[in-house]
Ligand binder design. Structure first.
Ligand code: UDP
Length: 329
């Protein structure tokens, strides 16, 4: 029996198309929700196992420790699938490895080669690659990274996040969608929020919307955004509708960069590095400093036309390829 695990919103969004495709084909699986984002508890898919993460002085330690102590999830499990690069995914892969259960890694091979950016994800995904048997890569660049590291059983399948977007209608408007919350950015989040608010003040004809991340370290600075429409995190379908109808996007998220490219929306990426390098300079530009935002908006995001460009992150069929592969293997 295959165990599919997830613990955070982006992981759930990315494994869901695989779960739905497996269900359609009558394939057997169990699911394990590691509880990293507790607000996911009202999931559409009821998990076979739910973990409650113990409290401790260091949240990342607690996640890893709680998962390593959860023995019963591996009863009757012959294969494990983890997605991406969270501490939940790393800990579940490690626990499977300790039991010699083969691990398939979804969204394998992304790298920045800076272990503190994104943190702790860069370490987590490299560690998962070291123990996984099957590497399901979103792009050829990711596959090349793994080949360089000497990995075997590498398959390029595209990113499953795009499987949600096949029937989405794309239009345009004066809306600008902003998401900013990454852990390695938290000490500067105030400066980024101030820069976004300055933009909103200067460009009154644009409607800046920021679904605020539930992390209290992000939420407590919402008062720095009086000229921005700060809203609660949206359900994925609602959020995609907003992306599909916006003018452009400002984000530090990984998944949003992929979704933006599929929907052909310019994306300003507020990071020092991105592992989504394939879309750089076409679909996205890096914004390393808050003071660069203004120029990138005025000279690029409001001018560029991406309608004839091809999305480099997949074609929205990844979960079909993955299920074909699982059946074959
Ligand atoms: N997302 C969502 N609602 C929101 C904001 C984002 O459903 O209000 C989705 C978005 O479409 C993308 C994912 O959450 O698929 C991105 O999550 P996040 O930025 O937390 O993580 P990352 O992609 O960087 O791992």
């Amino acid at each position: 029996m295959l165990l599919i695990t997830y613990g955070t919103r982006p992981e759930y969004i990315k494994v869901l198309p695989v779960i739905e495709e497996m269900k359609k084909r009558g394939m057997l699986y169990k699911t394990f929700f590691t509880g990293q984002h507790t607000d996911l508890l009202g999931l559409a898919e009821k998990p076979s196992h739910i973990l409650s993460i113990s409290d401790g002085p260091n949240r990342l330690d607690s996640i890893v420790q709680s998962i390593l102590n959860k023995e019963e999830i591996f009863d009757d499990i012959t294969n494990v699938m983890v997605q991406g690069d969270t501490s939940s995914a790393f800990a579940t892969a490690l626990a499977a490895f300790h039991r010699r259960i083969p691990v398939s890694h979804l969204e394998a091979g992304l790298r920045t080669y800076d272990k503190y950016s994104p943190y702790p994800e860069e370490f987590n995904r490299a560690a998962i690659s070291a123990l996984a048997e099957i590497h399901l890569c979103p792009t050829h660049t990711a596959a090349k990274n793994l080949k360089k590291e000497g990995r075997k059983n590498i398959f390029v399948v595209g990113n499953t996040v795009l499987d949600h977007l096949n029937d989405v209608k794309v239009s345009t408007s004066n809306k600008v969608i902003v998401t900013l919350h990454r852990r390695e950015k938290l000490d500067q989040i105030q400066i980024w929020f101030e820069a976004v608010n300055n933009l909103a003040q200067k460009h009154k004809h644009l409607d800046f919307i920021l679904p605020i991340h539930p992390n209290p370290e992000v939420k407590k600075h919402a008062n720095l955004l009086p000229d921005v429409r700060v809203v609660d995190p949206m359900g994925h379908a609602d959020f995609i509708r907003e992306l599909a109808s916006c003018a452009f996007i400002i984000t530090d998220s990984g998944g949003v960069q992929e979704e933006a490219a599929f929907l052909k929306k310019p994306c300003i990426v507020c990071r020092d590095f991105t592992e989504r390098v394939e879309g750089l300079d076409t679909f996205s530009l890096l914004c390393k400093e808050p003071r660069q935002l203004q120029g990138l908006v005025e000279h690029w995001a409001t001018k560029v036309d991406l309608s004839d460009k091809k999305c480099p992150y997949g074609n929205g069929q990844a979960s079909q390829y993955i299920c074909n592969l699982i059946n074959k293997i």
